[in-house]
Design a protein around this ligand. Structure first.
Ligand code: 4NP
Length: 158
């Protein structure tokens, strides 16, 4: 663990859809607990740096009560590997990209986010080129992953 509060970075490709969703949902759920966690999200690509989260992501998420306020896309930086305690990839390709860039000493921080959901689906599918149902599926899966992660954090809290 880093100094002070625990920190979690959610990572997808564009930091427009899946990781902003995880960022918003995890922040919302953590606020209802006594846990103190710093949360952020980033993309393995910098294609959309500075952009707001995807409009479809915000519309679907806001309907469920989540806020995307203050979020802007940014690429993963070298400092992230040292600074965050957990770096959670949305799919296998994101995880491979992170592992290829991450110094050896921090590789253990990089995990597949959905492993915390405890079921057979281990990837959050990219909804970017699909329809509305894909965004609802992202919300469903990310809610399950966040619930599992919070359960794990509560059970390992001192
Ligand atoms: P995300 O979705 O990785 O969940 O943010 C994508 C956003 C943008 C692109 C691909 C996926 N893109 O190719 O621009």
């Amino acid at each position: 663990m880093s100094q002070g509060e625990f920190s979690v970075l959610f990572v997808c490709l564009g930091n427009l859809c899946r990781s902003p969703t995880a960022h918003a949902i995890f922040k919302h759920k953590v606020a209802k607990t006594a846990l103190k966690v710093r949360v952020d999200s980033a993309g393995t690509s910098g294609f959309h740096a500075g952009s707001l989260p995807d409009r479809r992501t915000c519309e679907a998420g806001e309907k469920r009560g989540y806020s995307f306020k203050g979020q802007r896309s940014r690429p993963v930086s070298e400092e992230d590997f040292a600074q965050y305690d957990l770096i959670l990839a949305m799919d296998q390709s994101n995880q491979d990209d992170l592992l290829a860039r991450c110094p050896e000493e921090y590789q253990h921080k990089i995990q597949l986010f959905l492993e915390y959901a405890g079921h057979e689906q281990i990837e959050v599918p990219d909804p970017y080129y699909g329809g509305r149902r894909g965004f609802e599926l992202v919300l469903d899966l990310v809610e399950q992953g966040c619930d599992g992660l919070i359960r794990k954090m509560k059970s390992s809290a001192p």
